[in-house]
Ligand binder design. Structure first.
Ligand code: BGP
Length: 468
């Protein structure tokens, strides 16, 4: 539907930007920080840069926050590295690590930027991983302990909390992201998933108990799945994949129950988790205050192929590969691609907003959306008009969603500043701020404002009225 007149963005709309600890901070073993599963990888995959220095935000956060303030950010979404706070995951608290986030949060608050903290963004403490990671039920209590520490420390300053970043991608594409060792059986992944659900529920209860006026929500990667054709079996495959990829996570986080189609799929494929006494009651007892979600593009899938060739290679967070006998990954002939093969679907963003709103009726906060590209620094400038086009098209769709009546709290594109990609090195850049380093040569790590920085500053200053 088109509108003669669009509704304006809400006055308190959180115009923001995003990052995650291990991708931006560096200082991987400084001031008492313990190693995470990501640090244990060294680099991932071989042939790309490591995370030991990343964008050196740990040492340069004050300069970075000053740039965020110049950009006009109303909010900054970052993650807290569990291994800075509790180096081995469930032992002693590390005061130096706690102090770092106090400094960062204080700088944000002083600059008038609302901090939005992700509790856990892929970087599980390596010591917990050695004990079985999320497959070990003890991890649930370790997370609750970590939650208690950070709510206690930062709860008077941070009111917006996100539990677990892209839990669904860690289950579906953990090998590509580097959070799962190759060859893990599906039953183990879904047992880990069940434990993460419990950890999230406990964090929700603790937040509401310990943080005055605290708001907390899940942060999965949600994108609507389209059928390749209108053949009823393709529509069914898309419905199945929506259940497996999206609703399994949100029905649990919001309504405290396993999605029935997803549960049938888990039983059918021998991957249903063990559920202990009291689990379902705990899960049903919480309700988030909002839904945060990361959106890059929709997916297209088809019914299982008659030749059994349902599974393609090379999948990641945004490229559905298919699952034998369940659905086949397909591409959408109507959509262009990024340089990294991800489809671009701004209208799918609005479709996804509508689906989320219709299903859950909770305020929606976009915690990632953006374009990875091989940017070039020339004479201190980066002419990233392709990124401006991508962001403009997506922001325009948010305004349409707002006009549709969807309650949208804010927009935090990925990423505030250049950082290391999950699996494609520093050459795949997303930031409004360029960081001068190469894949293996750290150069001087100096910061430069890209064209998209100046453009987004204007968008924020006009609260989305001027997208030109
Ligand atoms: C999301 C992750 C982010 C980020 C982004 C871009 O899945 O939450 O951590 O990296 O995707 O992905 P990539 O770095 O693989 O291009």
């Amino acid at each position: 539907m088109q509108y003669r007149e669009l509704k304006a963005f809400p006055a308190d709309f959180l115009w923001g930007a995003s990052s995650s600890a291990y991708q931006v901070e560096g200082a991987w073993n400084e001031d008492g920080k313990g190693p995470s599963v990501i640090d244990a990888l060294g680099y991932y995959p071989p042939g790309t840069s490591d995370y030991t220095v990343a964008s050196d935000h740990y040492h340069r956060f004050a300069e970075d926050v000053a740039l965020f303030a110049e950009l006009g950010l109303k909010a900054y979404r970052f993650s807290i590295a569990w291994t800075r706070i509790i180096p081995d995951g469930d032992g002693e608290v590390n005061p130096a690590g706690v102090a770092f986030y106090h400094r960062l949060i204080d700088a944000l608050v002083a600059a008038g930027i609302t901090p939005i903290a992700t509790m856990y963004h892929f970087d599980l403490p390596a010591a917990l991983d050695a004990k079985g990671g999320w497959q070990n039920r003890e991890c649930v209590d370790a997370f609750a302990k970590f939650a208690e520490v950070i709510f206690g420390e930062y709860g008077d300053k941070v009111k917006h909390w996100l539990t677990i970043n892209e839990q669904n991608m860690m289950v579906l594409y953990g090998e590509a992201i580097g959070t799962v060792k190759p060859g893990q059986p599906k039953s183990a992944l879904y047992q880990a998933n069940h434990h993460m659900m419990l950890a999230q529920a406990k964090a929700n209860l603790l937040c509401h108990e310990l943080v005055p006026d605290g708001l907390i929500g899940p942060a999965p990667n949600i994108a609507l799945c389209y059928p390749e054709t209108c053949h009823p079996l393709d529509v069914l495959a898309a419905d199945d994949f929506n259940a497996i990829r999206n609703w399994l996570y949100l029905d649990m986080a919001v309504e405290g129950r396993y999605n029935s189609v997803a549960w049938a799929y888990l039983e059918e494929t021998g991957a249903a988790p063990q559920i202990a006494q009291g689990d379902l009651e705990l899960l049903a007892s919480v309700r988030p205050d909002f839904i945060a979600f990361n959106y890059y593009a929709t997916h297209t899938v088809a019914r299982p192929r008659s030749d059994g060739q349902d599974v393609a290679t090379g999948g990641d967070q945004q490229i559905a590969v298919g699952e034998k006998g369940i659905y086949a990954g397909a591409s959408n002939p109507f959509l262009p691609h990024t340089e990294f093969g991800w489809e671009i679907d701004p209208i799918g963003f609005r479709n996804t907003f509508r689906a989320l709103w219709d299903r859950y009726h909770l305020p929606l906060l976009v915690t990632e959306n953006g374009l990875g590209a091989f940017d070039k620094l020339e004479d201190g400038q980066v002419h990233d008009s392709y990124r401006i086009d991508y962001l403009r098209d997506h922001i325009a769709q948010i305004q349409l969603a707002v006009s549709d009546g969807v309650d949208v709290m804010g927009y935090c594109p990925w990423s505030a500043i250049d950082l290391v990609s999950t699996h494609q090195g520093v050459s795949k850049r997303y930031g409004f701020i360029y960081v001068r380093r190469d894949e293996f040569d750290l150069l001087d790590l100096a910061r430069f404002k890209k064209d998209s920085f100046h453009w987004y500053a204007k968008v924020i200053a006009t609260s989305g009225a001027d997208l030109s």
